[in-house]
Write a protein that binds this ligand. Structure first.
Ligand SMILES: [Zn+2]
Length: 193
């Protein structure tokens, strides 16, 4: 079954929403909302996404369309209450372009390891058996660059997904902990915050 093409244009959707939703709640500036995803703020080809799905009676009108990249499009809510879409988009607001997916990976890391990338790196810095703290900082930077050779993109996904990025962070931290003889927190240990 072929669905009719969406007639609402990108410009119509922006004109409608920029007067109704304050951009300080969003990852995107309205002046760039024709080229940056309204949820993650990444510069991508944008897709028109029904707020209320077509199959639940959602109309082809600017009030029912937001613009998302394909990655956010796949994650978006498909429900009959139109407020849910904006609740979701606003909940993911980040203040700077280009930070969204690394922030999601850090959240994923916390979910899995019950600690943050930052506190693990601090732990290594504090406990490392070395006379030169600056050397650790350089090491962290260089290791991060090297790390991407150990990951691959999943078939059909033109990006490293959140679990992959979180896994790369963990691999980096394990490597450093090993090198500097630091015992890491494991996800089965319990630690006070
Ligand atoms: Zn996006």
């Amino acid at each position: 079954m072929r669905r009719e093409a969406i007639k609402t244009t990108i410009k119509q959707a922006i004109d409608y929403w920029e007067t109704r939703v304050d951009e300080c709640c969003l990852s995107v500036d309205w002046s760039e909302a024709d080229s940056h995803c309204w949820r993650c703020g990444c510069e991508r080809n944008l897709q028109r996404f029904h707020i209320i799905p077509h199959s639940l009676g959602g109309e082809d009108s600017p009030s029912n369309i937001v613009l998302l990249c394909s990655r956010c499009h796949a994650d978006g809510p498909n429900v009959s209450d139109p407020e849910i879409m904006w609740d979701w988009i606003k909940a993911y607001k980040v203040p700077f372009y280009g930070t969204f997916w690394s922030i999601q990976a850090e959240e994923e890391y916390k979910r899995i390891y019950k600690t943050s990338v930052t506190s693990d790196l601090k732990l290594i810095e504090n406990l490392a058996q070395t006379s030169s703290p600056n050397a650790i900082n350089d090491k962290i930077k260089n290791s991060l660059k090297d790390l991407f050779q150990y990951a691959s993109v999943h078939f059909g996904q033109p990006y490293l997904n959140t679990a992959t990025l979180a896994g790369l962070y963990r691999m980096l931290i394990k490597k450093l902990a090993n090198e500097y003889n630091v015992k890491l927190r494991g996800n089965n240990d319990t630690y006070p915050d």
